[in-house]
Design a protein around this ligand. Structure first.
Ligand code: NDP
Length: 330
């Protein structure tokens, strides 16, 4: 194992979080039971907020940033994991209160680990990342609601060209649903059609306040935007439909009425990836293994070195990243 390795850390500087590259040794890592040699991490919106300092993500400093990691177990004091196991960690407070994935090695708790399905390489696991795994949690939740039918009413995906949206489109179309993408980027239509979207909505049409009950259109929806967009999506969902809400790219508020819920029985399903229990995680990764076309995955992902993270963080927060960025931590 390497004597020292580079990590991207969040440190406190004059009371504010600041991202810096530091050299670490294994002795610097937290004393958790499983040591993972990380091959790749990734860049999520939340990572962008943490690195750029535009959001207070790190609640304990200093810590290694990066909310996801994929790698191989190299040492374990847990009976559940042995050296050579291919694993992923998504969330669990990584980059918030726990040390995360922007380093060659990390020590983690055994219960945080998910065994990576054979279907994916470590690089593909991070092309999926928290964004893709959250998309799978959304799709599982919508299917559990039990009213969507392949070939039935259209399913809407907002924030379509983003990480969650891109993966949600790919999963839903592979399951046979008719998928409509809400995006602010007309230049992304071909890309989204390639992932399986068959219809498009301009995201601006959802960001203006609309009626509390609008024309019923969506049999289900995956929403990563929140705010007025989510309120409009709820108001356009068919009787008995459901919306899986996971994001706030358009705002944290929800200027909505209860009308869709009490007059149309529409369900608002909240999706959290960070503290989701192991059983939901395993199911989400199985959904990804069963339904995510790895050709789509390769089309939506690109690999960047860790040194590019400060620039890429600004880009993702500004909404200029399409698809997924995999980070090579080597
Ligand atoms: P990305 O930045 O990759 O994608 C977000 C997309 O939202 C953009 O590509 C854009 O889509 C759209 N968007 C951005 N700004 C606005 C706006 N002002 N109004 C309307 N649409 C907008 O982020 P991710 O896909 O990684 O994450 C999406 C959201 O989900 C984030 O808010 C993130 O914090 C949240 N999230 C939550 C999780 C959970 O556990 N609940 C886990 C993972 C993510 P387009 O260009 O197509 O218009």
């Amino acid at each position: 194992m390497a004597d020292s390795f580079r990590a991207l850390m969040i440190v406190e500087d004059a009371g504010k979080p600041r991202a810096v590259f530091r050299e670490l040794t294994l002795a610097d890592l937290p004393d958790h039971e499983v040591t993972v040699e990380i091959a790749f991490s990734t860049l999520n919106y939340k990572d962008g907020l943490a690195i750029s300092g535009r959001g207070r993500i790190a609640r304990r400093m200093p810590l290694v940033a990066g909310i996801d990691l994929a790698g191989t177990v190299v040492d374990s004091r847990s009976p559940d994991w042995t050296p050579g196991d291919r694993v992923v960690v998504n969330g669990w407070g990584l980059s918030e209160t726990e040390w995360g994935g922007y380093a060659r090695f990390q020590r983690v708790k055994p219960q945080w680990l998910v065994r990576l399905p054979e279907a994916f390489s470590l690089e593909q696991a991070m092309a999926i990342g928290t964004a893709g795994y959250t998309a799978a949690l959304c799709v599982d939740a919508l299917e559990d609601w039990g009213r969507m039918e392949p070939g039935g009413s259209e399913v809407l995906v907002t924030g379509a060209a983003g990480g969650v949206g891109s993966t949600a489109i790919s999963l839903l179309s592979s399951k046979g649903y008719t998928v409509t993408a809400a995006t602010g980027r007309p230049q992304a239509h071909d890309y989204l059609a390639g992932l399986g979207a068959s219809g498009f909505v301009d995201r601006a049409s959802l960001s203006q306040k609309g009626g509390i009950l609008q024309k019923e259109r969506w049999g289900g929806a995956v929403d990563s935007v929140g705010s007025t967009t989510l309120a409009n999506v709820l108001a356009q969902t068919v009787y008995g439909g459901a919306v899986a809400a996971c994001g706030l790219a358009g705002g944290m508020d929800l200027p909505a009425s209860v009308a869709p819920h009490i007059l149309r029985g529409v369900a608002l399903l909240g999706i959290d990836s960070v503290m989701a229990p192991g059983s939901k995680r395993e199911r989400a990764w199985a959904t990804l293994a069963g339904h995510l076309d790895t050709r789509h995955l390769d089309a939506i992902a690109r690999v960047e070195p860790m040194s590019e993270l400060p620039r890429l963080a600004e880009e993702i927060v500004a909404g200029r990243i399409r698809g997924r960025v995999v980070i090579d931590v080597g």
